[in-house]
Design a protein around this ligand. Structure first.
Ligand SMILES: Nc1nc2c(ncn2[C@@H]2O[C@H](COP(=O)(O)OP(=O)(O)OP(=O)(O)O)[C@@H](O)[C@H]2O)c(=O)[nH]1
Ligand SMILES: [Mg+2]
Length: 366
């Protein structure tokens, strides 16, 4: 697994168009009227990774299993959604459990495409969505507070501490304070994470620009980028409509030609993956053998036994050591036995922090 990403934003700004481009499909209805999306669209995509091909050739693997990521496209939010405007805000429940949020912002001018307010003002649009998310989260926290308070009559210390965490979270949201992880202890964070508050999730702003602006952005996307920097969020430039048109082309050569003509070096998907890995602190390691070459996604600074646990819990429980080769060495020396001979295969123990691109073979005893 890679990660799950919920796509949010105002209505009619290109969320479903972007979803189709990212998932290489026509699954989501993209239409020029607000609230075209009612039910969420869910799509899974393989994370493109050229290294898998190289590894599988060297390892003579029967198949390749890439890491995956999931996108969830939901209805548009409007000002007052918490009070029932538009489609309301209940549909936010579909993205409560995602790892990251992609907030799509309209940065293209096109008089034929209706905007829910009179002007195209990305900062105002961001403000509207941020406020609606906050209100929805405060509602969640207040409900949790009432339920927790009832239990607290028995005087349980943990429950009392939960009440304090909820109060602190409400205070952050109400007073527009910046949420940072170091405001809470590790245990507090665990409880807070269980509440799945959208405002506190890692966030990416995706500026949806016209095709001319895809390389360098435009006046509007620059404002969004600046806001993303201020908030410590990721930022990606996308041109949803042109990319979703490219995905409709049948063959890869035509697609590549179109990308070249537009001066696009990377697809939106690639940009999302790079930005998402960065804000979520993710890396990949590999396993490679005759059966399969496979990519695994882990958090940076994961120790070898926990990385092994991604494959199977027995690998973690009975962890002995990990035979580890860097991707570079694996390719340069042409495989495991050659690396072993050349002294490029390391025996790593339970304190080893897995590196991005490590090719690993776990030894375990159960
Ligand atoms: N000119 C232009 N039009 C776009 C772009 N992206 C999307 N559109 C158009 O905007 C309209 C709305 O796109 P959707 O993808 O349905 O928007 P949405 O945000 O999913 O809308 P809801 O589901 O209603 O919230 C469609 O007619 C798209 O073709 C773009 O980059 N440029
Ligand atoms: Mg839509």
């Amino acid at each position: 697994m890679g990660f799950t990403c919920g796509i949010i934003g105002l209505p009619n700004i290109g969320k479903s168009t972007l979803f189709n481009a990212l998932t290489n499909s026509n699954k989501a209805e993209a239409a020029n009227y607000p609230f075209a999306t009612i039910e969420p669209n869910v799509g899974r995509v393989a994370i493109p990774d050229e290294r898998l091909n190289k590894l599988s050739i060297i390892g003579k693997s029967e198949k390749i299993i890439p890491a995956y990521m999931d996108f969830i496209d939901i209805a548009g939010l409007v000002r007052g959604a918490s009070k029932g405007e538009g489609l309301g805000n209940k549909f936010l429940s579909h993205i409560r459990e995602v790892d990251a949020i992609a907030h799509v912002i309209r940065c293209f001018e096109d008089e034929n495409i209706t905007h829910v307010s009179t002007n195209i003002d990305p900062i105002d649009d961001i403000e509207t969505i941020t406020t609606e998310l906050k209100i929805a989260d405060i509602e969640t926290l207040e409900n949790k507070y009432i339920a927790t308070k009832k239990k607290s009559k028995q005087g349980d210390k943990i429950i009392m501490s939960h009440l304090l965490i909820i109060e602190k979270a409400i205070d952050i949201l109400n007073n527009e304070k910046k949420f940072t992880k170091n405001l809470f202890s590790t245990e507090d964070l665990q409880f807070l994470n269980s509440l799945n508050l959208i405002s506190f999730k890692p966030m990416l702003y995706a500026s949806n620009v016209d095709e001319k602006s895809i390389s360098n952005g435009n006046r509007l996307s620059k404002l969004v980028e600046q806001k993303a920097n201020e908030n410590g969020y990721g930022h990606v430039l996308v041109s949803a409509s042109i990319e979703s048109q490219i995905t409709e082309l049948d063959n890869e050569e035509d697609k590549n030609e179109m990308y070249k003509q537009l001066g696009l070096n990377e697809t939106s998907l690639k940009k999302f993956i790079i930005a998402g890995y960065k804000i979520l602190d993710l890396i990949n390691f590999y396993t490679c053998g005759p059966k399969e070459t496979r990519s695994w996604t882990i958090k940076k600074n994961t120790l070898a036994p926990q990385a092994a646990g991604k494959i199977h819990s027995d690998f973690e429980k009975g962890f002995i050591r990990a035979e580890t080769i860097s991707y570079k060495d694996f390719v340069e020396f042409n495989g495991e036995s050659e690396c072993r001979e050349a002294g490029k295969l390391r025996q790593e123990g339970k304190d080893y922090i897995v590196n991005e691109g490590d090719v690993m073979h776990f030894l375990f005893n159960i």
